[in-house]
Write a protein that binds this ligand. Sequence first.
Ligand SMILES: C[S@@+](CC[C@H](N)C(=O)[O-])C[C@H]1O[C@@H](n2cnc3c(N)ncnc32)[C@H](O)[C@@H]1O
Length: 260
Amino acid sequence: MNPGVAITAEPGFENQARRLAQRLGLEYLDHHDPAPLFLLQFAKGRLQLQQTGDKAPGPVYVEFDQGKAAHRRRQGEGRKTPLARAAGMKAGFLPDVIDGTAGLGQDAFVLATLGCRVRLVEQSPVIHALLEDGLRRAAASSQTGEIISRMSLVLADTTEYLMALPAPARPDAIYLDPMYPHRGGKALSKKEMQSFRKLLGEDRNGPELLHIARQTAGKRVAVKRPRKAPFLGGQQADFQVFAPKTRFDVYLTAPPADSA
Ligand SMILES: C[S@@+](CC[C@H](N)C(=O)[O-])C[C@H]1O[C@@H](n2cnc3c(N)ncnc32)[C@H](O)[C@@H]1O
């Protein structure tokens, strides 16, 4: 499934690591030599993905209680932020959201912080395991437990998940953040993106995902894109919401009264 990933653990976490290795069909390593491209490690009280090799970036893990996600929560980023507006949040209305490209759950956490219920769907068993671990730790924290209670996690290909969704379970909004095509240039992408690209390759199913999402969302689909990128799959959006480094293309699936 992920031939370049193996699992290892600090002393005391070996059994947990063995169980995860069995569940994900990955190899458990007592001594990681020769090293695979990635190690999924139980270390520092969390599950983390560490790329191997001399110039490898630091570990990738899910953290809602520290760092950027916690900063956003403390700043009380409100309903007028571009992501919230793109998802259709407004006074008196909190959309029920499916995040169809969950990744490390950062965008979903912002929406849940603002009060939305968010179903996170992730196709990669390795990324799903990282998310599951981050959600478990954050659920136990007094700072984030209430927010996490609005988030649920699904391991699935979102296209298949949406196609099988019964009508009453359809969300108001579907949010998509497919991986951007890799562009050359001087700026190095964030360590998460570098590792994601190596682990998962490019997202090639974005246009199909958008097509199915537009048939499933009760009110709208929001797609995160680089500011100057073309529309995903050439599908023209109804309107766009711009942020300093990114842009959200919004596709309305309900009558225009909802477009504010
Ligand atoms: C750029 S990352 C999303 C980052 C996320 N918005 C965040 O805030 O952390 C894209 C993620 O979408 C997942 N993905 C792409 N296509 C998918 C699909 N069809 N079904 C489920 N997950 C998918 C990838 O595995 C990857 O983890």
